[in-house]
Design a protein around this ligand. Sequence first.
Ligand SMILES: C[S@@+](CC[C@H](N)C(=O)[O-])C[C@H]1O[C@@H](n2cnc3c(N)ncnc32)[C@H](O)[C@@H]1O
Length: 194
Amino acid sequence: MPNDNWTFFQAFLRSPQVVASVIPSSSFVERRVVRAADAMRASVVVELGGGTGGITRSLLRATGSHSRLLVIERTAEFIEHLRMIDDSRLSVVHGCASSIGVELERRGYPAADSVISGIPFSTMPASLGTEIIAAVHDALAPGGRFVAYQFTDRVVDYARPVMGTPAVEYEFCNVPPLRLFTWRKGGASRRNGA
Ligand SMILES: C[S@@+](CC[C@H](N)C(=O)[O-])C[C@H]1O[C@@H](n2cnc3c(N)ncnc32)[C@H](O)[C@@H]1O
């Protein structure tokens, strides 16, 4: 939505390191993320960094009527946008991605089938990146997927020791083009030494 673009740009100007992009992800990214996350078959989905909600809405369209979507977003301006999405399956939390375990437990969700993340691992302190990856891994159900769409591959440095080597896809129809990294807990990409 045009209004989303303006909100996004203003938030970027205020916090470039946290927002990390001048406009929301394209519809091509939205579709690719939904497919990579296997969202159609997920009961509990967590989105880290929902922004103005483009991927959030795509996930809600793709998932079933009994599914649940938890979005954790750190930027206050985006919370208002996300809370305007009228869908009883959606919960929006203003906080840090590292709280994923606590937020799932608070709602009585045993684990996440898919975790999707656009948060910028390349600009956050290494200690936070490591903490978030450990929290995501703990929160995933066996066989669950972690999909990170990113402009750099820094997330792989954090995730490889915990979750192994990801599958990689490219999406060129986005400003700028980006990569999707997908891990499966206990799946083909295995924890080093496990
Ligand atoms: C590149 S934007 C992606 C936004 C949106 N999902 C999209 O695709 O258009 C990154 C988002 O992650 C959020 N973010 C950054 N660090 C975060 C953190 N530690 N926890 C939760 N959200 C975070 C930012 O506020 C921003 O909304």
